[in-house]
Design a binder for this molecule. Structure first.
Ligand code: SF4
Length: 273
């Protein structure tokens, strides 16, 4: 799914003003085209920090945490989210984060355009809401009332990571929330393996996982869990107490997040001894 900030990223690309060229004299466009093809400006060989420009703009767009109340607030580490909301100087955008955005965005937008060639059947960025908690589903199959979410997977042949035999639980968790919000018994997760690992002589590029939640009881229970998670997160922020909010330090699939977490020291102090 494209979370809210990623969605804003895509919308804002058209007005990416750090890349605007410096103003030039207003001459006829035909003349300018001819001149620019032939001439080299005196400062043409000066280096410029183009990556820095992109990072600066990304910082401006995504550097501040957005308001609480999105499904994705509780699908990785809600305690980290609580810390971020309470932090007067939240961690800004880094090249690493920008790299996640750009590669994720590329995969999402190409897939979305492919499905959107059939607008009668599919919607992209489908808006869903339950008790004020919102979500945006990557692709929604209107025909069968099914959510489809795209994910990228970075591990692969270089670090001998095994091919995924099941989706990451937090990605599945998010999809199940969407299924519950749509009251849908079936949803799909499509992974793209960025490292394209080989297994048994086969290149793995994509893998599709079917997720089922057949009973209405399960879907209602999911909705209850979503409300409970978001309510606890909001209470943690309101009472300025991240310790009451769920953390992921003992989850081996996700605790790599702790290695880069700005709040690891404070969080360690809150863990049961
Ligand atoms: S250290 Fe880990 S568990 Fe604690 S807030 Fe950060 S990401 Fe979450």
């Amino acid at each position: 799914m494209l979370d809210g900030s990623l969605f804003r990223f895509s919308k804002s690309l058209e007005s990416f003003n750090v890349f605007r060229r410096p103003k030039t004299l207003k001459l006829s466009s035909v003349y300018l085209r001819q001149v620019s093809a032939l001439s080299i400006q005196p400062d043409s060989f000066l280096d410029d920090d183009y990556l820095g420009m992109a990072l600066k703009q990304a910082q401006e767009w995504f550097g501040k945490p957005r308001e609480l109340g999105h499904v994705s607030d509780v699908t990785t580490c809600p305690r980290q989210k609580t810390f971020e909301m309470l932090d007067p100087e939240p961690e800004g955008m880094s090249f690493k984060k920008l790299g996640y955005y750009t590669s994720g965005k590329a995969v999402h937008s190409i897939f979305q355009s492919l499905y959107m060639s059939n607008r009668g059947r599919f919607d992209k960025e489908k808006y869903v809401e339950h008790c004020g908690i919102v979500g945006h589903i990557d692709i929604y199959d209107k025909h069968y009332n099914r959510p489809i979410e795209f994910k990228t997977y970075r591990a692969g042949i270089w670090d001998s990571a095994p091919i995924l035999t099941k989706p990451m639980w937090y990605a599945e968790d998010q999809l199940r929330y969407y299924m519950a919000m749509l009251d849908s018994p079936l949803g799909y997760l499509i992974y793209q393996f960025l490292a394209q690992p080989k297994a048994n002589g086969t290149d793995y590029v994509f893998k599709k996982f079917k997720i089922e939640m057949p009973t209405q009881w399960e879907r209602k229970e999911r909705l209850g869990k979503l409300v409970e998670e978001v309510t606890t997160l909001k209470n943690g922020v309101k009472t300025k107490d991240p310790s009451i909010v769920r953390a992921i330090y003992d989850d081996k699939n996700l605790n790599w997040l702790c290695k880069e977490c700005k709040y690891v020291k404070e969080c360690e102090g809150m863990r049961p001894k």
